[in-house]
Design a protein around this ligand. Structure first.
Ligand code: N01
Length: 555
């Protein structure tokens, strides 16, 4: 098995594949493990899912021996954790760093994947697992004149390892997604002047981050099994104490009390997304939540001009763009050395030798930071020239948007799996939980293939099309599709507008993939030799044989 990427997904896949006895290698572009947490080292970077949840659950010993310092661990601590995992489970000998995969093609004659790296190395593998991450291909808008800018230029996701000292500097931050929101308060404390260039005001909710006391951590660890069960059964794969009532089922006093309870933290920012059961499907309910949050934002910012700019417009449903979770973001704009520029009203036209020029004026800067996000969900996969059976390029198959069965297998791409790919809960979930779910499921499938003497598996076109349609139908029932977010590819010029995640939640998704498994992997077809692709078992055959012999039956 060849695994691309050594983040949370790649490491766990390696652990499980090796446990089964597969000869396995991980290829990783970076010079260290950690994926997202290796690259995103900008000031203030930390997880916005609670670290007790955003961590592996496969090893109770690991859960007990690792101690998180804060509710939301900072980037360097998460990176330390991932490195600890790599050492504790002796994963490093099978990880090849500094190795960027550029191409992967399924060779029909050999019935195996051939993978090529930037340095020209070639690898052959029976199974190919893409653990490339949903948010790993940084996007930086083209800016005329950037080459002439005399200052320093950074991207949040390509941050220098040695860090950057902004003391006394004039700094521009372009972008107000989670990365911009996290770095702004920290840079503001160092910089002489910080100017935030905002194109769209997004909703951010307070993290209420706290350091763990030894007692609190001990108590939390003592309840770890229970915590994991609650997480598995929660829509996002982390327990957010969701309100099961719709707004219509509550009185005005109850609604306000629920909103206040969630805003005050009660365990973390994302709980605000679960204030009412219908807030992502009922416009009126959503507007009520949005109004409540806007009032809270206004109350934090003294300057009415800044407050209005920072308040999301009412055409953006609350939570339809990925919510940010912050520590003193809005309050930072009360500082004299921090200002905000509305890029919608006065777009940035070009960089100059001294800074940036908008349609209104010129600004002088010592540093410009792009916090402009990623080509999400599909970017890292399509950056690799992946070709399936018959040489079909994935770039071609996905030209109208990603298609994948269950978000993990693609018709025409035998023995290839995507971890937390498009069409799975992935970015709408506690992704570590989603990663573990996918890897465990894939390993059960591979074990089953060994047991049945099967060498080749791939999703059927029909199952794939059905799944893509289901994902689109489910998304259309929600307000998610209303926003110009990276969920729909709107941040990348020319990217097809498709809602790319499975929206109906982690427990529903898990039950579906478990049912597929119980039904002899309906929607997948198998072959007993990897070359020919001759069908020996399909969902139809399974349906016929389910009650008795579930072994392969030639058709
Ligand atoms: O990127 P984003 P991010 N001119 O795409 C703006 C995860 N994450 O790196 O909204 C001017 O959200 C763009 O404007 P608009 C999390 O899932 C997690 O911040 O497109 N502005 C937007 O404001 C998150 O959602 C953590 O109009 C331009 C910003 O840049 C995801 O990663 C921390 C522009 C990009 O925001 C991505 O977050 C950080 C242009 N040409 C990230 N192009 C955790 O805490 C783009 N923008 C775990």
């Amino acid at each position: 098995m060849l695994i691309v990427g050594a983040g949370f997904a790649g490491l766990y896949q390696l652990y499980r594949a090796r446990e089964m006895g597969l000869r396995t290698r991980v290829l990783e572009a970076g010079d260290g493990v950690g994926g997202t947490w290796f690259w995103n080292r900008y000031p203030g970077a930390r997880c916005d899912v609670e670290s007790l949840d955003y961590s592996y659950s496969f090893s109770p010993e690991l859960e007990q021996e690792w101690s998180w310092s804060e509710r939301y661990a900072p980037q360097e601590e998460i990176l330390r954790y991932i490195n600890h995992v790599a050492d504790r489970f002796s994963l490093r000998p099978d990880i090849q760093l500094n190795t960027r995969v550029t191409a992967a093609s399924f060779e029909d004659e050999e019935g195996q994947w051939e993978v090529t790296t930037e340095a020209g190395e070639r690898f052959a593998a029976t199974y190919l697992v893409m653990a490339t991450g949903a948010l790993s291909l940084p996007q930086r808008p083209k800016l005329d004149g950037l080459g002439s800018f005399a200052g320093a230029v950074y991207h949040s996701a390509q941050w220098p390892k040695e860090g950057v000292d902004f003391t006394g500097k004039r700094v521009a931050v372009i972008g107000t997604g989670s990365s911009g929101v996290q770095m702004t308060p920290v840079i503001a404390e160092q910089a002489a002047q910080l100017t935030v260039f905002q194109r769209t005001a997004n909703f951010s909710v307070p993290a209420h981050n706290v350091a763990f006391t030894p007692e609190a951590l001990r108590a939390a660890k003592a309840r770890y099994p229970e915590r994991r069960i609650l997480g598995r059964e929660a829509i996002t794969g982390q327990f957010l104490n969701a309100n099961t009532k719709t707004a219509a089922e509550m009185t005005d006093e109850e609604k306000l009390a629920e909103l206040e309870y969630r805003w005050k933290g009660a365990g973390g920012g994302f709980r605000m997304l679960r204030t009412f059961a219908d807030q992502m499907s009922n416009e009126q309910t959503n507007r009520m939540v949005a109004e409540f949050v806007r009032a809270k934002i206004r109350a934090k910012i003294k300057d009415p001009r800044k407050a209005e700019l920072l308040c999301p417009r009412d055409n953006l449903p609350f939570g339809a763009k990925r919510l940010s979770v912050d520590s003193h973001y809005y309050e930072t704009f009360n500082r004299d050395n921090v200002d905000i520029v509305d890029v919608q009203a006065t777009p940035i036209v070009a960089a100059t030798p001294h800074g940036l020029r908008t349609t209104e004026r010129e600004y002088d800067f010592d540093a410009v930071i792009f916090a402009t996000g990623f080509d999400a969900m599909t970017g890292a996969l399509l950056a690799i020239d992946i070709r399936g059976s018959g040489g079909v390029p994935l770039r071609e198959r996905w030209k109208d948007g990603p298609v994948a069965y269950l978000g993990l297998g693609i018709a025409g791409y035998p023995n290839m799996f995507v971890i937390a790919g498009p069409g799975s809960p992935s970015v709408l979930s506690n992704v570590v939980h989603s990663i573990e779910t996918h890897v465990d499921w894939i390993m059960r499938l591979i074990r089953r293939m060994y047991a049945d003497g099967l060498k080749r598996v791939e999703a059927t076109r029909e199952a794939e099309a059905g799944w893509v349609q289901l994902c689109a139908d489910e998304a259309d029932k929600t307000l998610y599709t209303r926003a110009n977010s990276w969920y729909v590819g709107a941040n990348i010029p020319g990217k097809p507008r498709v809602f790319m995640a499975f929206v109906s939640g982690v427990p529903t998704y898990r039950r579906i993939i478990e049912r597929v498994e119980a039904n002899d992997y309906e929607g997948f077809k198998f072959a007993s030799d990897a070359q020919s692709g001759e069908l020996v078992r399909s969902s139809t055959a399974c349906a016929n044989t389910r009650s008795g012999n579930h072994h392969a039956r030639r058709q």
